[in-house]
Design a binder for this molecule. Structure first.
Ligand code: HDD
Ligand code: HEB
Ligand code: HEB
Length: 518
């Protein structure tokens, strides 16, 4: 493999890896902040106690995840300078501002307030302490905004022009400069989609972990007998602590689903205007077609893994759906991959020059196998969350005296197995977005295509062995980190919440400080 391919693999692996932790941090910090808000506002002591315990329980997992998220993010930053120095040089003037803002403002907010939150239990006034976790949640979302603004510039550059002397993209005051970069319509559309995707991750996580414990306590209670003191306590844990958490997770799933659908639909419209090749690739639509259908199953020939149109055969199709996705108009004409490729060759050249000055043949088609299937995976994997949501609502139905819990092992296993699905959906979404952008690292803006850079022109001139060495090192290091993360998260999740103990003298429930048991 060449240095270019290795560098692409390295960026892909490390960044998909970073985005395992990112959505859980973003989503869980908000859900934990909400849990604590419920606790602080509750007048009923049983309810207050339950939500305080839930806040601490899920907070302990947030802390582990945050730590690994930061460690992997720092590695991510090295990628630009190390393997993509030409690209970094090209976009440096534009990226400097949003990335500095994220570092200074957002990261500062996140880590300072997370520290205050961890050490502030029972020390800070209740309401101030609550404010600190909200600042963490807001900080992670701000971080996300700035980094997505940087990514959106690569999908659709605005606010900048090409400086022919330096050969770099530079902020252009006549086009609104940094303000345009930060209010890029691509950013405005991607932000709610990414954030709601993160909520879905955290919501499925809360539902899965709480669902598991709800079933466990439910069965333990029956095993000990509901009349026994311990049995009754387990029953209360199931009913008063984990059942509300499950239902809270389900509500969060519904909210994220609504935002995901609306924002995803909107993104598709923008994408069709800004990157028609990506839209065509999402459907592996080779020839221009009016009223384009959405296929559910497609097979390819021997070269199916390449960007190869000859071998694509659509087997099951839903009429008009791709045209509607792109424009709202069922009859709309979508240009096919081959026609767009021919058009781009005319516009941008049959050949291009790589960083060593060699002429190479230009092919403007992304890998159709990857774009087609990653798009379907992103949407399809959400089905798991939908099943969990309805199943959970059913087994916890009823109100007041009739509020139910369940002892179903099938439910417990399914809801836990469904935890990784939104993680995978998020990775698939990014893989689609980033690999569908190929062969461009900065995709030309159709209205002003001068700012553009091909991936082949963005790479550093490092020798292949060097890239391979760092690739192997990062992958091994990350492998170890992944094991540590999984072990710590599993441990924190399985630990559950200890049964409340009553103080014999005062008859008050104890609420121990957040546990640092790892
Ligand atoms: Fe990230 C941590 C850098 C993609 C959201 N990231 C984090 C850190 C660095 C980076 C240096 C540690 C210190 C800090 O928080 O600033 N991140 C990057 C780079 C990326 C990237 C170079 C591009 C490939 N990150 C990225 C995306 C998002 C985030 C697309 C959000 C949508 N990053 C975060 C976060 C993190 C974080 C939520 C994750 C876990 C955490 O903070 O604890 O702020
Ligand atoms: Fe990115 C690349 C994913 C974010 C920048 N990425 C890449 C890849 C992948 C990814 C898979 C590979 C592709 C190819 O084909 O080559 N991303 C991703 C994810 C995420 C991201 C998952 C989330 C975390 N990015 C991002 C951001 C940025 C970026 C934010 C900026 C700032 N990318 C990038 C670059 C690259 C990539 C520069 C290299 C070049 C190419 O294109 O490749
Ligand atoms: Fe998604 C991406 C659509 C679902 C996650 N998305 C994306 C895109 C589109 C879409 C169009 C691309 C953009 C560009 O490139 O520009 N989605 C969509 C739709 C749907 C969805 C239509 C259905 C509703 N997603 C989804 C889910 C998830 C997701 C479920 C998870 C959970 N995505 C995602 C991500 C991404 C995407 C992460 C990447 C980033 C951005 O946004 O761009």
């Amino acid at each position: 493999m060449e240095a270019l391919d290795l560098a692409r693999w390295q960026f892909g692996i490390t960044t998909v890896y970073h985005f395992i932790f990112v959505p859980l941090t973003i989503g869980l910090s908000l859900l934990v902040a909400m849990m604590q808000t419920v606790a602080v506002r509750s007048k009923d002591p049983v309810r207050k106690d339950a939500w305080t315990r839930l806040t601490k329980f899920f907070g302990s997992m947030l802390i582990v995840n945050f730590g690994i998220g930061i460690a992997t993010g720092i590695v991510q930053e090295f990628q630009f300078g190390m393997n993509w120095s030409e690209y970094a040089r090209y976009v440096g003037d534009v990226f400097g501002a949003p990335l500095a803002l994220e570092g200074l403002l957002a990261f500062f907010l996140e880590s300072v307030f997370l520290g205050l939150w961890i050490f502030g239990w029972n020390k800070l006034p209740e309401k101030i302490h609550l404010l600190t976790i909200w600042m963490v949640a807001i900080g992670t979302m701000l971080s996300a905004y700035f980094i997505i603004a940087a990514n959106s510039f690569m999908q659709h550059p605005v606010g900048a022009m090409l400086n022919p002397e330096t050969g770099r993209a530079e902020l252009d005051p006549s086009q609104g400069s940094i303000l345009s970069v930060l209010t890029n319509v691509t950013t405005l559309a991607a932000f709610p989609h990414v954030i709601s995707g993160a909520w879905l991750v955290a919501a499925a996580f809360v539902t899965g972990v709480a669902g598991w414990h709800m079933v466990r306590h439910h069965n333990k209670a029956r095993q000990l007998g509901l009349d026994s003191v311990d049995g009754a306590e387990h029953n209360l844990m199931s009913r008063n602590v984990f059942r509300p958490a499950v239902r809270f997770g389900v509500v969060a799933m519904f909210v994220s689903a609504v935002v995901l659908v609306i924002s995803g639909d909107f993104q598709a419209k923008i994408m069709f205007e800004q990157q028609p090749m990506k839209m065509a690739s999402a459907e592996a639509l080779c020839e221009t077609q009016s009223g384009a259908p959405f296929s559910i199953l497609t097979v390819g020939g021997p070269n199916a893994f390449e960007a190869d149109c000859e071998s694509v055969t659509h087997l099951i199709e839903v009429p008009y759906v791709t045209s509607i996705l792109a424009t709202y108009d069922p009859g709309a004409t979508l240009q096919g991959v081959d026609d767009l490729n021919a058009q781009y060759k005319e516009q941008f050249g049959e050949t291009t020059t790589d960083i060593f000055g060699n002429e190479v043949e230009a092919d403007y088609r992304p890998n159709l196998f990857v774009t087609y299937w990653s798009f379907r995976l992103m949407i399809g994997l959400a089905a798991f969350s939908a099943i969990v949501a309805f199943w959970a609502l059913w087994v916890t139905r009823g109100k007041g005296e009739n509020a139910r819990t369940t002892g179903s092992k099938a439910f417990a296993w399914f809801t836990v197995l469904a935890i990784p699905m939104p993680f995978l959906a998020n990775s698939a979404g990014w893989v689609f977005t980033e690999m569908g952008r190929q062969p461009w690292v900065v995709h030309p803006n159709p209205l002003d295509p001068t700012v553009r850079l091909m991936t082949i022109q963005g790479v550093s001139s490092n020798p292949g062995w060097m890239v391979l060495t760092s690739l192997v090192t990062f992958t091994l290091l990350y492998g170890v980190l992944a094991v540590v993360w999984f072990y710590l998260m599993r441990k924190a999740a399985l630990k559950g919440i200890p049964i409340p103990q009553r103080d014999e003298q005062t008859d008050e429930l104890d609420t121990p400080a957040i546990s640092f048991g790892y």
